[in-house]
Design a binder for this molecule. Sequence first.
Ligand SMILES: Cc1ncc(COP(=O)(O)O)c(C=O)c1O
Length: 357
Amino acid sequence: MVLNIMIEHSNPTLGIKEKQALAKAIDQNYIAEGNQTHCFEKELSEYIGVKGGVATSTGTLGLHLALSALDLKKNDEVIIPSYTCRSVLNAVLYSGLTPILCDVDIENYNISFNEAKKVLSKNTKAIIIPHMFGCPVSLDKFKKLKVPIIEDCAHSIGAKYKGQKVGSIGDLSLFSFEGTKYIVTGEGGMVLTGSNRLLKILKKLKEPNSIDCLTKYTYRMSDLQATVGRVQLKRLEGFIRKRRSIAKIYDNAFKSCPVLLPKNQEYSRHIYQRYMIQIQGNINTFIKICLKKGIKVKQPVKPYALHKYLGLPSRDYPNTEHIMRSAVSIPIYPSLTNKQVDFITRTIRRILEDHAK
Ligand SMILES: Cc1ncc(COP(=O)(O)O)c(C=O)c1O
């Protein structure tokens, strides 16, 4: 079977309801940050199960706001994984804090508890924990370290750990609604918290006219964006069902292939923001062959893992190095048709078998 149209690596799922909501917002002059944004903040907080939060212009700036709310001192240390989006490192650097990197687990791409424990010191004042690609981190152990936790849920809105939504377990949590994320507002983010004290600080940091807080951040989300976000949030559980059903098809199709498939952690609901496979052989060749066949496959963290930007030795991050050499993400999103999913499974299965020879 040949499909004539290139299958994109990622696509937002936007439709008539988002268009109608945007048209209504324009008709009613809901343009800048206002009621729509505040409703979006309330609705996401309720969905995740926390006290409240503040919307931001991007997820990166949301992380910066979350770090600012912890009131850390210059050069305090923040532990982050070496394999994640560059934005995480950027947010720590914007804050004048010192990033301390640790390696990740090979099977699920998440920060390794044992490695985090090794780099923990009296100067550690926060840990940023991304739930990578929709797979929840087992947070119980991290909570015992007694260091403030910022859950980075940029990939994991609606994922659950032991029945509880991620984003409701740490001290603060961050969400992103950038165009490739699970629910989208074009660009945008939100910081949530279960703490009344931290919520007050977050609001003050963003409120341009409050007098008792010197540093102000104009990290606003517009009502135009929030109006789309509110519709997307209503559709989220449907998106999760669809992605999980595609993941099941991929699991079955590739189980006898020479690849490492995503690991379903015990007690958790993985939501597959990305369907990651670790392959044998050269990944650039694999990506090129897939493209030739009409499927866009990507290396999600690129061009470098975070330790490279800081000039840290590769030997200290062996799992990250291994993942950078072998892991790619294949298309998974709600608007994929059955025909496209079938084409992807057949084509990639054949390529994997040839590629490993
Ligand atoms: C793990 C992680 N955290 C934070 C961000 C930052 O989000 P944004 O692109 O909205 O700034 C990203 C972006 O891709 C991400 O992958």
